[in-house]
Design a protein around this ligand. Structure first.
Ligand code: SAH
Ligand code: SF4
Length: 394
């Protein structure tokens, strides 16, 4: 696996305690760190396995390491994940965690079990700068980037809590469709991807890890070159003027550039198609004219793609409505008739208000966290509903 050097992840050493958070290291970085303690590199590999494959939470439990090394680790290192604020389980098995990102910010991680896989939807930022009007993360503004440790910690936490015995990794697929724009937090996301793909880490294949982007063109090119995983692109509109209004980043990277970057991506990506996400907004982008324009757009671009239509998850103040099911069906039918593979994302976890891409409404969460501080018995307000697609998470 290519392993370009990255700027030091300053977050690995905790302020105050001075302990190094080992969750922030790729395998190579952990090996180098362990060598710095005077140990052989392969001890770093063993440690990496304990951390990510066994989900060990204590150094003394790492029985294949010498007692002296375990003692050293205890004095210098930690395995720190974001604290859990809420842990909800839905009747359909979907599970949602609300995690405390500090200073009144919360992020969410959602697990979606299906017959043949378990998909984890992870967050890459607390908030988002792209500010798409239909997205509740976009509405709340940007708080901060998550570190590698905080991103990978979501996967580690899910595996551990979903199977405390540590025998079976519940997470078989990871999608970067939680809060944030992963390609605007590239270095930490890249390191997290490497840990996910590492055979001594989570050992996931490139096809089972999907990065979803609103279209950060230059970084798509870097990802293609440095760590090509499956790519989903949030399209949402068939022309620039509509997309400018829905995804403001389009003003910087318009459709022609975005589609060209998708074509380049396909040359190194693990799949022979790009997944386009298209959130269905009533009377905004869901007409038959839009469907025909979309067909024309992808045909002209000569781009092998799949369309994933997402029912809009409404939230207060969005100003948008979910397209009626019949309208979505007709839209899908028109695309399919033109030979474009189209799926409609099914809604999951409604009863726990889990949502991919419109998670942890900030106002609500800030309120929640304040309330928690004031009164431990505060009730959680509703946050939306979660959607996922079997086709996309394949
Ligand atoms: N920032 C990245 C990844 C996170 S959003 C991106 O935009 O692709 C993941 C997906 O959820 C995106 O396709 C996004 O457009 C979609 N999404 C955001 N808000 C939504 C909402 N309210 N209802 C349905 N899908 C939404
Ligand atoms: Fe950010 Fe994606 Fe939400 Fe747009 S849809 S605001 S890019 S998280």
């Amino acid at each position: 696996m290519p392993n370009a050097p990255r700027p030091a992840d300053t977050s690995v050493v905790a302020e105050g305690s001075g302990l190094t958070n080992l969750l922030g290291f790729t395998r190579e970085e952990l090996e180098a760190w362990v060598e710095g303690l005077g140990e052989k590199a392969f001890r770093g590999r063993q440690l990496f396995k304990w951390v990510h494959q066994h989900g060990a939470t204590e150094f003394q439990a790492m029985t294949s390491l010498a007692k002296s090394l375990r003692d050293q680790l205890g004095g210098r290192a930690e395995l720190r994940e974001l604290p859990i604020l809420r842990d909800h389980q839905s009747a359909d098995g979907t599970r949602k965690w609300l995690l405390d990102a500090g200073q009144g910010n919360a992020i969410e991680t959602v697990y979606i079990p299906e017959d043949d896989r378990g998909t984890l939807c992870v967050s890459s930022q607390a908030g988002c700068t792209v500010a798409c009007g239909f997205c509740s993360t976009g509405h709340q503004g940007f708080a901060r980037n998550l570190t590698t440790a905080e991103i990978i910690g979501q996967v580690r936490m899910a595996n551990r809590l979903l199977d405390p015995s540590g025998r079976r990794a519940a997470v078989s697929n990871v999608v970067f469709m939680g809060m944030g724009e992963p390609l605007l937090n590239y270095e930490p996301v890249l390191a997290a991807l490497r840990i996910l793909l590492d055979d001594h880490g989570y050992g996931l294949s490139r096809r089972k890890v999907t990065v979803s982007t609103s279209g950060v063109v230059p970084i798509m090119e870097r990802l293609a070159a440095e760590c090509p995983v499956a790519l989903a692109v949030s399209l949402h509109a068939p022309n620039d003027s509509l997309r400018n209004s829905l995804v403001p980043l389009n003003k910087k990277y318009p459709l022609a550039e975005l589609l060209a970057a998708c074509r380049v991506y396909l040359q190194s990506g693990p799949r022979d198609f790009i997944t386009f996400e298209y959130v269905m907004l009533e009377d905004v982008n869901d007409s038959q004219d839009h469907a025909h324009e979309l067909i024309h757009l992808v045909e002209k671009a000569r781009l092998h793609c799949k369309l994933n239509l997402i029912p809009f998850n409404p939230f207060p103040a969005s100003g948008f409505r979910r397209s009626p099911a019949e309208r979505v069906r007709q839209f899908a039918q028109t695309l399919q008739a033109a030979g474009i593979v189209t799926t409609v994302r099914k809604t999951r976890g409604d009863d726990i208000d889990a949502a991919c891409g419109q998670l942890a409404g900030d106002i609500q969460d800030r309120t929640l966290i304040r309330l928690r501080r004031l009164d431990a018995k505060a009730e959680v307000p509703a946050l939306g509903s979660h959607t996922t697609s079997s086709a996309q998470h394949a």
